[in-house]
Ligand binder design. Structure first.
Ligand SMILES: NC(=O)C1=CN([C@@H]2O[C@H](COP(=O)(O)OP(=O)(O)OC[C@H]3O[C@@H](n4cnc5c(N)ncnc54)[C@H](O)[C@@H]3O)[C@@H](O)[C@H]2O)C=CC1
Ligand SMILES: O=C(CO)COP(=O)(O)O
Length: 333
């Protein structure tokens, strides 16, 4: 027995709903907090999240609520709020959190302004709670349908990591342990920014060679930043780094890549974001990634270019021209 019986899922978007489905399938009690009453009503009555994960039949054991107080008894919580809303949500949750209950961070992003990783935000809102990170190539729709997926479960304490993997893992949802929380977080946050660039490459018709070059050079950027923050380069070679980068840069199913695709085809960012109710984390993380890189003296030219585009400081064509006219340099990370 791993000692987990009641799991809270904080965030009723596509990913929180998919993870609630994973937990329910394992036979554990699951309470899903969603911000919108209509999302809770849909999940509890018609067993579908029509707003964020339409078309997927949900397990009848998932109980949804929009009252964070209902999560009070949970002995583990999955944190699945968009990164920029995590602090505010977790400040409220902390009043109800069971002492010592671990938090598993499933969001991908860096807080604007403070430049804090989400694990640092959680350490501030829930001091003393053990923190793990779950991250990897895993589209919510694939996971919710039970298609095979593998993710990194990063946690400093290997015993806790093992218990979390036993509780959350299954034949179709396969966690792999890593001790490196920072590496896992940087992988998930930076790949979203790079996926916007990959979408632009596709939308502008720059070809598959440019696409592959972008993934390889983007991976070098991601690894440089992670290592500067104390992570191990090998973590970035895993599911939470390279694995997720390849997925997100290769499929228009990704919100970040599809945002880049539309930018590359000439659409305006405000129109692209205005037409969707889902989160595009790379847009929010780009300024924080770039500011963090500058603080640590790390070069991230692709992320810099994406940030200039999403902040309106440069057009797509100008950003591409700037990148292509950089001086030739060594390939070493
Ligand atoms: N969708 C996916 O396939 C995956 C998503 N993630 C990550 O999970 C996190 C959540 O993303 P999704 O579930 O996809 O969201 P989503 O795009 O499906 O839904 C948006 C979510 O944002 C919430 N929201 C909006 N304003 C808010 C506020 N002021 N306070 C709190 N919540 C607010 C909505 O209630 C909703 O839950 C993100 O960090 C994302 O990168 C990670 C892996 C896979
Ligand atoms: O993180 C994801 C897949 O691993 C989802 O990516 P998007 O947020 O770009 O859709």
């Amino acid at each position: 027995m791993n000692g987990f019986h009641h799991i809270a899922v904080i965030g009723g978007g596509a990913w929180g709903t998919a993870l609630a489905q994973v937990v329910a399938k394992s036979g554990l009690q699951v309470t899903l907090w969603a911000r919108e009453r209509e999302v809770c009503e849909d999940i509890n009555t018609i067993r579908e999240n029509r707003t964020y994960l339409p078309g997927v039949a949900l397990n009848g054991a998932i109980h949804a609520t929009n009252d964070l107080g209902e999560l009070a008894g949970a002995d583990m919580a999955l944190v699945v709020t968009p990164a920029q809303h995590t602090r505010a949500t977790m400040e409220v949750f902390a009043r109800h959190q069971r002492d010592g209950a671990p938090l598993v961070l499933c969001s991908k992003g860096i807080e604007q302004g403070s430049l804090k990783l989400m694990s640092e935000v959680l350490a501030e809102t829930s001091p003393g709670s053990p923190i793990a990170v779950l991250s990897g190539p895993s589209f919510a729709a694939d996971v919710a349908r039970g298609l095979p997926t593998a993710v990194t479960l990063a946690c400093e304490d290997p015993d806790l990591g093992e218990k979390l993997m036993a509780a959350l893992g299954s034949a179709s949802f396969r966690p792999y342990y890593a001790p490196d929380v920072v590496g896992a977080e940087i992988g998930g946050s930076v790949k979203n920014v790079l996926a916007i660039a990959a979408g632009i490459v596709e939308g502008k018709g720059l070809g598959k060679s440019a696409h592959a070059a972008l993934i390889a050079r983007g991976f070098a950027e991601m690894t440089r930043l992670a290592v500067a923050l104390g992570a191990k380069a090998e973590t970035l070679s895993g599911l939470c780094g390279l694995g997720d980068l390849v997925l997100t840069c290769s499929s228009p199913q990704s919100r970040n890549m599809s945002c880049g695709l539309a930018l590359g085809r000439g659409e305006r960012l405000q129109d692209i974001l205005g037409a969707r109710n889902s989160v595009t984390e790379g847009v929010a993380s780009a300024p924080a990634v770039v500011a963090l890189a500058r603080r640590h003296g790390v070069e991230m030219p692709i992320c810099e270019a994406v940030n200039r585009v999403v902040s309106g400081k440069s057009g797509v064509d100008e950003a591409i021209k700037d990148l292509l006219s950089r001086p030739f340099t060594s390939e070493a990370v």
